[in-house]
Write a protein that binds this ligand. Structure first.
Ligand SMILES: CC(C)(COP(=O)(O)OP(=O)(O)OC[C@H]1O[C@@H](n2cnc3c(N)ncnc32)[C@H](O)[C@@H]1OP(=O)(O)O)[C@@H](O)C(=O)NCCC(=O)NCCS
Length: 169
């Protein structure tokens, strides 16, 4: 499935996205806020991630997307809603640093939230590092409210993360 916004296409990941994934996720200013992607990030890491995302996207969980520029089709980030948390879904995302500050993150998050609502989810949670002001601002701009902290697995072990809630969608 694909979702089109004013400037973005939310689509399945493709092997042609490998180089962009490797470039953007090897940027510590992106990776430092993300618990899951390895760092440094290799083409093999990208290939495994693309396969995982494609399988999940095609099968039971069409809420994991590449973020591509509408015109060029080039990957600028990813966004996903994983099952779990209050209301049934947990939102996660990143945007490559050259594309920050242009509202892409918020545009993508709004589209993903609408898709989650259409899929029948009652609410969403999201977690951000307490110092990740950009992500907190993005979430609050999409209607999430801060809801305390929770110990989560981080890159270097358990870490208190700020929890955000959006309910109802
Ligand atoms: C968080 C992230 C996705 C934001 O993407 P983006 O496309 O730049 O987001 P937007 O342009 O929609 O802007 C988000 C908000 O951050 C604000 N912002 C920008 N720089 C900021 C800063 N240094 N401090 C606080 N807020 C800031 C913007 O003003 C905007 O808020 P506004 O629309 O109310 O003005 C991107 O920075 C990123 O990928 N970071 C690394 C990975 C990450 O943090 N992922 C989320 C993990 S929880």
């Amino acid at each position: 499935m694909e979702i089109t916004t004013d400037r973005l296409r939310l689509r399945a990941l493709d092997s042609a996205d490998t180089a962009a994934l490797v470039t953007y996720l090897n940027d510590w200013e992106v990776a430092r806020w993300l618990a899951r992607p390895p760092y440094p990030y290799s083409p093999q890491d990208a290939a495994a991630f693309i396969l995982f995302m494609q399988q999940r996207h095609e099968a039971d969980h069409p809420l994991l997307f590449a973020l591509a520029e509408l015109g060029s089709g080039r990957l600028i980030g990813t966004i996903g809603i994983e099952p779990g948390g209050a209301g049934g879904g947990e939102l996660g995302y990143w945007v490559g640093r050259p594309h920050w500050g242009q509202g892409y993150g918020r545009e993508a998050a709004r589209a993903a939230i609408a898709q989650a609502a259409a899929a029948g989810l009652a609410g969403l949670t999201a977690f951000a590092h307490p110092e990740n002001a950009r992500s907190a601002r993005l979430l609050e701009g999409c209607g999430f409210r801060a809801d305390g902290t929770e110990l989560r697995d981080g890159r270097h072990g358990p870490m208190p993360m700020s929890r955000f809630l959006l309910r109802p969608l």
